[in-house]
Design a protein around this ligand. Structure first.
Ligand code: FES
Length: 120
């Protein structure tokens, strides 16, 4: 295992991201909902640059007590949307929202002494 320097903590604010390269890997490091994530920049669908996609809040349907449809609302969960075909992934786990069998490859990420590191 190898620890890679990513950036100073102050350089990666909420909702920001940075791509780093190591060997043949490209890894996106992003801060979302106050937590850091490190994700391989390869979508499990067809290899798109998933870490360059939008981060959006998950949408859920509101169902009333009588099982009637009451519209939709945004949740606190964030999704990462692949820019090629729109597959969405839960940033918290890397799991695909539409197919739980598919997942992003994630790496341990650490923040200490004002700096961010990824372990590969
Ligand atoms: S390559 Fe990511 S959705 Fe198709």
């Amino acid at each position: 295992m190898e620890e890679l320097y990513v950036a100073k903590s102050s350089e990666l604010g909420e909702g920001e991201r940075k791509l780093i390269k190591h060997g043949g890997l490209e890894i996106g490091v992003l801060r979302a909902n106050g937590r850091l994530r490190a994700i391989l920049n390869v979508c499990p669908h067809q290899g798109g640059p998933v870490c360059e996609g939008m981060m959006i809040h998950r949408v859920e349907e509101i169902i009333g007590a009588g099982h009637e449809y009451r519209g939709m609302r945004y949740t606190d969960d964030l999704h990462l949307v692949c820019p090629w075909h729109g597959w969405e992934f839960l940033i918290e786990t890397g799991r695909c929202a539409g197919d739980g069998a598919k997942s992003l490859r994630v790496f341990p990420v650490q923040e200490r002494d004002g700096a961010i590191y990824v372990v590969v």
